[in-house]
Design a protein around this ligand. Structure first.
Ligand code: SAM
Length: 269
């Protein structure tokens, strides 16, 4: 048993059983591709033998590459960091330096992920990491070396890329299994949803993703996607089966205390 190493926005932990239940029964025999890997909750749960992981975030993918290739160097480096406010801001500045090594970049991402406020990853318009110091118990664990070695082992036969999702699946073969967990269509304000959302993943990207989904379907791949339960998704994936599942996400603005919102899981098999 091991866990994802990083906490990432949109983490799928609560939805895991629903998602994996809907995977093709023989998914373990198939080559697996996850083009929006983020924190990798699904990937590290199923531990595919072969396949690829991808994300457009280059710091994130550098992290997975270092974990895969040189876990011990990462562990040694990260073990030297201390958890206090002064060190945090010093290391946060260091993270934005252009010429630091890949191992240092990865260990700083790990450190910031554990010690930043809410474990958020957020950058300003210039790409500078700008999350403030987070207050956690003094004995906070920045690194679990055993877990990290297991994660490294799990990535051994997995290709790691840093591309746009479309590019990352161009070599997916007939019979391969692809799971897309993109930035979701916002639940509110869908009418004004344009190409220019803060995440840079607007309606044009959602349409392009649906097109790639169809192309993979025609190629004979097994494909699953997750997204919000909004009419636009039903429209984009018309003709494919869509299951609705409870996301069990706490919504603070909901006075009735509903225990979650629905999400859509789209499959082609
Ligand atoms: C919802 S998150 C994935 C959550 C993840 N599966 C997990 O369990 O934590 C979406 C990810 O898509 C990435 N992303 C955004 N635009 C992208 C693009 N055009 N191509 C590939 N990845 C992209 C973001 O960097 C982010 O990590």
């Amino acid at each position: 048993m091991f866990n994802p190493v990083l906490k990432w926005a949109g983490g799928k932990r609560t939805l895991l059983p629903d998602i994996i239940n809907l995977f093709p029964a023989d998914y373990k025999e198939r080559t697996y591709h996850e083009p929006f890997i983020g924190g990798g909750a699904v990937f590290f749960k199923i531990k595919p033998k072969t396949g690829s992981i991808n994300d457009i975030n280059s710091r994130l993918m550098n992290f997975y590459r270092v974990v895969k290739d040189t876990p011990q160097e990462l562990i040694s480096k990260a073990n030297k960091y201390s958890y206090d406010e002064k060190s945090y801001y010093k290391l946060r500045d260091r993270f934005d330096q252009p010429n630091i090594s890949t191992v240092e970049k990865a260990s700083l991402l790990l450190y910031l992920n554990k010690t930043a406020f809410n474990g958020l990853y957020r950058v300003n318009s210039k790409g500078k990491f700008n999350v403030p110091f987070g207050r956690y118990p003094d004995n906070i664990q920045i690194l679990n070396a055993d877990n990290l070695r297991n994660v490294s082992e799990c990535l051994k036969n997995v290709e790691i890329t840093t591309e746009d999702f479309e590019e990352s699946v161009k070599d997916a073969k007939e019979g391969d299994f692809v799971y897309f967990d993109p930035p979701y269509i916002p639940l509110t304000d869908t009418a004004n949803f344009t190409d220019y959302t803060s995440k840079g993943f607007g309606i044009k990207e959602q349409e392009r993703l649906a097109k790639v989904f169809r192309e993979l379907d025609e190629r004979g791949c097994y494909v699953m996607g997750s997204n919000s339960d909004v009419p636009k998704i039903a429209e984009l994936y018309e003709g494919f089966e869509t299951k609705k599942v409870h996301a069990r996400r706490f919504i603070s603005s909901d006075p009735n205390g509903r225990d979650g919102v629905l999400e859509s899981l789209i499959i082609n098999y």
